[in-house]
Write a protein that binds this ligand. Structure first.
Ligand code: M6R
Length: 370
């Protein structure tokens, strides 16, 4: 039931604060502020203590959450992590090192390529292999075939465009990174306390980000007649740029590409002219100054910038520069909060263009054949 909402997608965007709160509660008590719950993944502690490498496999939006997790595994707890789309991994005879945690991320748990890639690894039987399903459907094939089930408590997702499944995947991945970090003593003391405190603020920040609905709807009017669009981000926001581009093409049928902003000069800058909208994910983080230089390059070539920024960045709208301020959030968790404005943008563009938002042409919710 869509209730008061015109589309399931919009309803599911609005469900994100609660869905993420439920997911976080798997590992965090309301009253215990500085540590993970003892019972979170407790049965698997011995297995997780032994892993030395992480291999993430997924498709589409779930692949993008894996890309964020790679930054987290490596920068926060120094565990090497590879991420690959399952449809490529399964056909290239890949090496799976010993003591590897294979994480399959899938909303449905029935995606054919992801399942096949997992089965291929299991056939190789590398020493110390631990497999984990990060999945929204407890009864799925993926959950049955893996050692560990880490649920995303998003509730049923009906819209073909994945929204709350994505943000709950990110929240659960952060919990997993912390769990492995704690078990292996790679994150301790004040750093751990701070990260946990920041996670607890996340539902409130997501809730506040829904207030961007009206300004983003106004922004979306600039996209109605566009043929093509770029999404730019750096660091943890690069996967969100990819996700923003996927969302826009999937439901509005506008061609869109996500790029690491540092790659602009290596090709895409040639596309920029006055008809090219460029969406930029620009929190005031450690990459902001570099990103600002990238924005100036685009602006100088008359590209029209649509920037999601932190108020702290003091970016001010001017000619061909539109700015929407996103609620303050720490750098590490910013990709979760910045997902909301890109979802809302593609939603409003699609509604304006009159597409079938919940059932985009040629696509199925669950891709059970390759
Ligand atoms: O069920 P899964 O998470 O395995 O599905 C993977 C992709 O098919 C899915 O994320 C797809 O890209 C979405 N429609 C994107 O919104």
């Amino acid at each position: 039931d869509k209730g008061e909402f015109k589309h399931y997608m919009l309803k599911e965007i609005y469900e994100q604060p609660d869905a993420v709160a439920r997911t976080i509660e798997m590992a965090l008590d309301n009253n215990e502020t500085s540590k993970l719950r003892d019972d979170f993944l407790q049965r698997y502690e011995t297995q997780l203590a032994g892993i030395r490498h992480v291999q993430i496999l997924a498709c589409g939006t779930s692949y993008h959450s894996g890309l964020v997790a790679k930054y987290w595994f490596e920068s926060l707890i120094r565990v090497p992590c590879s991420v690959e789309v399952a449809s490529e991994f399964r056909y290239r005879n890949p090496v799976v090192v010993d003591n590897c945690l294979v994480i399959c991320i899938s909303q449905s748990g029935e995606t054919a390529d992801t399942l096949s890639a997992l089965r291929d690894i299991q056939k190789q039987t590398p020493a110390g292999l631990v497999s984990l399903a990060l999945c929204n459907v407890p009864t799925s094939s993926l959950v049955r075939e893996t050692d560990i089930f880490l649920p995303t408590l998003a509730g049923p997702e009906i819209g073909v465009a994945s929204t709350k499944a994505f943000t709950t995947q990110l929240a659960a991945l952060m919990l997993l990174v912390l769990k492995v970090g704690v078990i292996q003593q790679r994150v301790t003391g004040e750093r751990l306390t701070t990260l946990i405190g920041e996670l607890q603020q996340l539902p409130g920040q997501l809730y506040a980000s829904l207030n961007l609905d009206a300004p983003i709807k106004t922004m979306s009017e600039h996209f109605e007649d566009k043929k093509s669009c770029l999404f730019l981000g750096r660091g943890l926001q690069f996967p969100i740029a990819l996700e923003g581009a996927l969302k826009l093409k999937e439901i509005s049928y506008i061609h869109a590409e996500g790029y690491a902003a540092g790659e602009l000069k290596h090709g895409p800058l040639a596309l920029v002219d006055k008809d090219m909208p460029i969406v930029v994910l620009a929190p005031k983080d450690s990459m902001f100054d570099k990103l600002k230089a990238n924005m100036q390059e685009v602006h100088a070539r008359h590209g029209e910038l649509f920037v999601f920024a932190s108020e702290a960045s003091q970016m001010v709208a001017e000619d061909r520069l539109h700015v929407v301020y996103v609620p303050e959030v720490c750098e590490v968790l910013a990709p979760i909060v910045y997902s909301v404005p890109v979802q809302l943008l593609s939603y409003h563009v699609a509604v304006m263009r009159g597409t079938d938002v919940d059932q985009p042409r040629n696509l199925a919710k669950s891709v059970t054949v390759e």
